[in-house]
Design a protein around this ligand. Structure first.
Ligand code: NAD
Length: 334
């Protein structure tokens, strides 16, 4: 089956080509992300494969349909970038990969927390520069501290288990509490207010829905402890970034580790090292010694890439054979 892969990077191509060895789909790789500007490239492809930075609004979906596309295969878990009701109206089916390695993202969230707390980026740069001073590098023991986890699905659950393994008290907030996880990790389901008030570190793992958009804002930041570290590996728009910057500048919280950023689409995954960064909020955040930003790489492990490629192409095969699809999205649960 002819599949147009958008937003292709070397690592996508390698894993998809490997997974396709026995399947023999006709994969065509495009570097640009799929949007209104690039949708013409998809003309004649029955299926397109997209990731988190592709923008599938109603107009783009209409053009896809007009060009003969009837399957959108997301090679990611989040689906906030697709207008699902519009896809449904147009008769375009949408599938995703809900679980490829929750450990990849959960471990990256913990890596951000550890590196931020123990100031590893500063320490690394100092030592490379021949500066072996320890001033300003004091962190805290995670053991015995309270970690707030917001969203205890696959990734949040994996993160809670890691935090439990570090000897932390885990406070949890989820609209659907999981009794098995509570028993296994000994976590306490509490209100968001209690998480904000008591946590030494907070890690966000809820999907981006209208209800969770900017859930971290000036009001909620001021509820947090001054020593609190905030970690976000879910979606950038969970956080109001200007409010976060203000809170970091004025010491309302102690630091932030971000793998995602609301305005990341035109920045993350690109080499902009020769240019002046146009996003002033991001530039200011990058200048803060208590901020650690990675470029949406939580998913970037060998295991996750293999699972993503195999699961995506398995769905393309089912689609080409007219069989029932796995992990099909019908309409936004928000
Ligand atoms: P999941 O569906 O397994 O879990 C989401 C959890 O959030 C569920 O337990 C659900 O009940 C809960 N939830 C939903 N709405 C809520 C609300 N309003 N308040 C509180 N809890 C709510 O999803 P997952 O696989 O754990 O992924 C979580 C998110 O991580 C994804 O939506 C995606 O945005 C992000 N993600 C990031 C990367 C990365 O590379 N950084 C990779 C994969 C996924």
């Amino acid at each position: 089956m002819k599949l147009a892969v958008f937003g292709t990077h070397e690592f996508d191509r390698a894993s998809l080509e490997q997974a396709n060895e026995s399947l023999h789909h006709d994969l065509v790789f495009f570097e640009p992300t799929l949007s209104q500007e690039t949708v013409a490239l998809a003309k004649g492809f029955a299926a397109v494969c997209v990731f988190v930075h592709d923008r599938l609004n109603e107009t783009t979906l209409q053009e896809l349909r007009a060009g003969g596309t009837t399957l959108v295969a997301l090679r990611c878990a989040g689906f906030n970038n697709v207008d699902l009701p519009a896809a449904e109206r147009l008769g375009i089916r949408v599938v995703r990969v809900p679980e490829y390695s929750p450990y990849a993202v959960a471990e990256h969230a913990m890596a951000l927390l550890l590196a931020l707390n123990r100031k590893l980026p500063r320490a690394y740069n100092r030592v490379r520069d021949g500066n072996f001073s320890l001033d300003g590098l004091v962190g805290f023991d995670l053991h015995g501290k309270t970690i707030g986890v917001i969203g205890l699905g696959r990734i949040g659950g994996a993160f809670a288990r890691i935090a439990h393994g570090f000897g932390c008290r885990v406070l949890a907030y989820d609209i659907q509490p999981n009794a098995d996880l509570r028993a296994e990790v000994g976590l306490e389901y509490v209100s968001l207010d209690q998480i904000y008030a008591e946590s030494d570190a907070i890690s966000l793992h809820v999907p981006l829905f209208p209800k969770t958009f900017h859930m971290i804002n000036r009001a909620t930041l001021t509820q947090m402890k001054r020593e609190a570290l905030l970690i976000n590996t879910s979606r950038g728009a969970l956080i109001n970034a200007p409010d976060l910057l203000e809170a970091l500048k004025s010491g309302v919280i102690a630091g932030a580790g971000l793998d995602v950023y609301e305005e990341e689409d035109d920045v993350f995954f690109r080499d902009l090292s020769g240019q002046v960064l146009q996003d002033d909020i991001l530039a200011r955040l990058l200048s803060c010694p208590n901020v650690l930003i990675t470029s949406h790489q939580g998913f970037l492990t060998k295991e996750a890439l293999r699972n993503i490629a195999e699961s995506t192409l398995a769905n393309v095969t089912l689609f080409s054979q007219g069989l029932k699809l796995r992990h099909e999205l019908t309409s936004s649960p928000a």
